[in-house]
Write a protein that binds this ligand. Structure first.
Ligand code: ATP
Length: 492
């Protein structure tokens, strides 16, 4: 579909203030049926505070009065209704907006709604289609269901029948979405496989380590997938049934880190109004992932070392020694050996963490994976946002291949999410790829660009010119935890 389709998409029709009819539809002879006892005229009730509609409905019928009646009846329940009085407009709307339910006329002018069902399924696989027809023949109903319709409504129908039919499909859609989310959560770790030999060797090694209880240190630039690998190790291990707990080291001060990790007793410090057991205890039997271990507070490193060696620890303010059986997976993009030389990291802790270390290659060195990763993200976000499937065009892929990916897989992921949201056609072309090179070209003195874009670019440049996160934070005049959050936010 070309990108100009949205521009030509008809705007939603305004709903006229006509009365809601007791019965919606046409008698075969042509006149609208008003129920035997006409309903009192009543303005449609649309909840004032309904920031989010109860559901997005697309109604397609060549009978514009019937479309108005559908809109009125459904607006009462807080649905947002868009209409099309011909098949081509209906298909365009379905391809470009996320609808949960479509009310599709059997015969739309000279076009057949039933014959168009496969096209709707292709353009909007998440949309539940209810066939609406004056023809109550069983044969048609069977054919429609066979071609993907979810239900069949015979007109004339009452507003109540219409609402029930729509509510049923909205509920089904909600349950299917929930199921999808649960399935994704269960299988949250993306499929870990690579066409790049170095990356595949890293994955194989991680899965081999998973079978043991050894601690693991994962190295690699930001956004290369260290957290994903840590989770995969947990899931492939005998610990999978217990918790996987992530601790982002730069985001916590030494005091907070101690109580967060090991727990504290009530009253052990100002503000400790109740006891907490700590993340280590939560992860008993499972895995603790210490992200950005290079930022683990130096003063607390002896306590972590003791826990790793002896599996013993004390809560803050409680002398009782406790035990927990936890595998530690630590990750960093910093040079821990250099930090040891600068007395920023303890050598004995490094030895303990570093029993096995795995380095993930940056994305620019695993070009073989670009296409699979990009299309995987596109599929995922299209499904998440209820948009039709899209794919990367050949020229977009070539453009991705020329880029250096300072933010690695995270940057690619963010870029594909943006492209899916902004894209209108079935293909994602190079114009939708917000590569930072473009930003760089714009960033001349006085260039018209947002403060956020300028901040992103400046942080990126300082990071590239600095030896460590700390050094970059010092140059920028912010603390390391703020810089850490901004990096995650901007995707590098
Ligand atoms: N192989 C992959 N398949 C799909 N998504 C991936 C893959 N690798 C990484 N990602 C995604 O990229 C993003 C960054 O991954 P992750 O957080 O694991 O990187 P990281 O190296 O730990 O980054 P940081 O050092 O900044 O913490 C995540 O959203 C993750 O889901």
């Amino acid at each position: 579909m070309s990108t100009d389709t949205v521009a030509r998409t008809p705007r939603p029709r305004p709903v006229s203030p006509m009365a809601i009819l007791g019965t919606i539809g046409h008698v075969p002879g042509g006149a609208d049926i008003v129920g035997s006892a006409p309903q009192p005229t009543e303005p449609p009730h649309v909840p004032k505070t309904a920031a989010k509609p109860a559901g997005r409905i697309l109604a397609i019928d060549d009978d514009t009065r019937l479309l108005e009646n559908f809109s009125l009846a459904l607006a009462r329940d807080g649905y947002s209704v868009e209409t099309a009085d011909n098949l081509a407009d209906g298909l365009r709307l379905a391809a470009t907006r996320p609808f949960q339910v479509c009310l599709l006329d059997h015969n739309i002018g000279y076009d057949s709604g039933i014959e168009a069902l496969p096209r709707f399924a292709e353009l909007a696989p998440q949309m539940r289609v209810v066939m609406v027809t004056a023809n109550s023949g069983v044969e048609d109903a069977v054919k429609a269901i066979g071609l993907g319709a979810a239900d069949y409504l015979v007109k004339p129908c009452s507003p109540e029948q219409l609402r029930i039919a729509v509510a049923r499909q909205i509920e089904t859609r909600r349950m299917l979405d929930r199921l999808d989310t649960l399935e994704r959560e269960v299988g949250a770790a993306p499929e870990l496989a690579s066409r790049n030999p170095a990356m595949q060797a890293a994955i194989d090694m991680a899965l081999q380590v998973a079978r043991t209880d050894a601690n693991l240190l994962v190295l690699g630039e930001s956004g290369t997938g260290k957290g994903v690998l840590a989770r995969a190790v947990h899931r492939a291990s005998a610990r999978a049934a217990a918790e996987f707990v992530t601790v982002n080291c730069p985001s916590l001060s030494a005091e907070l880190m101690e109580s967060e990790l090991f727990g504290h007793s009530k009253g052990s410090f100002t503000g400790a109004v109740q006891s907490t057991v700590g993340r280590i205890s939560h992860a008993d039997g499972g895995t603790v992932f210490l992200d950005e271990i290079g930022d683990f507070p130096l003063s607390l490193q002896p306590k972590l070392l003791r826990f790793i060696q002896d599996k013993e620890y004390e809560r803050v303010g409680d002398p009782a020694t406790r035990k927990a059986d936890v595998r530690i997976v630590a990750a960093t993009n910093r040079d821990l050996e250099a930090m040891v030389r600068e007395n920023q990291f303890r050598l004995d802790l490094l030895y303990r963490l570093n029993v096995i270390s795995i380095t993930l290659p940056p994305l620019r060195e695993r070009q073989e994976d670009l296409e699979d990763l990009a299309n995987g993200f596109i599929r995922r976000y299209a499904a998440d946002y209820g948009l039709p499937p899209r794919r990367l065009s050949a020229s977009a892929l070539s453009k991705l291949r020329t880029y250096a990916w300072p933010g690695n897989v995270r940057e690619l992921q963010n870029m594909m999410e943006r492209a899916v949201i902004l894209g209108r056609g079935e293909e994602i072309g190079p114009d939708l790829l917000a590569l930072n090179t473009a930003l760089r070209a714009e960033a001349q003195p006085g260039a018209l660009m947002s403060l956020e874009a300028l901040e992103k670019l400046h942080i990126e440049r300082i990071l590239a010119a600095s030896d460590s996160l700390d050094a970059a934070a010092r140059t920028l005049g912010i603390d390391a935890s703020t810089l850490y959050r901004k990096r995650k936010l901007y995707g590098f």
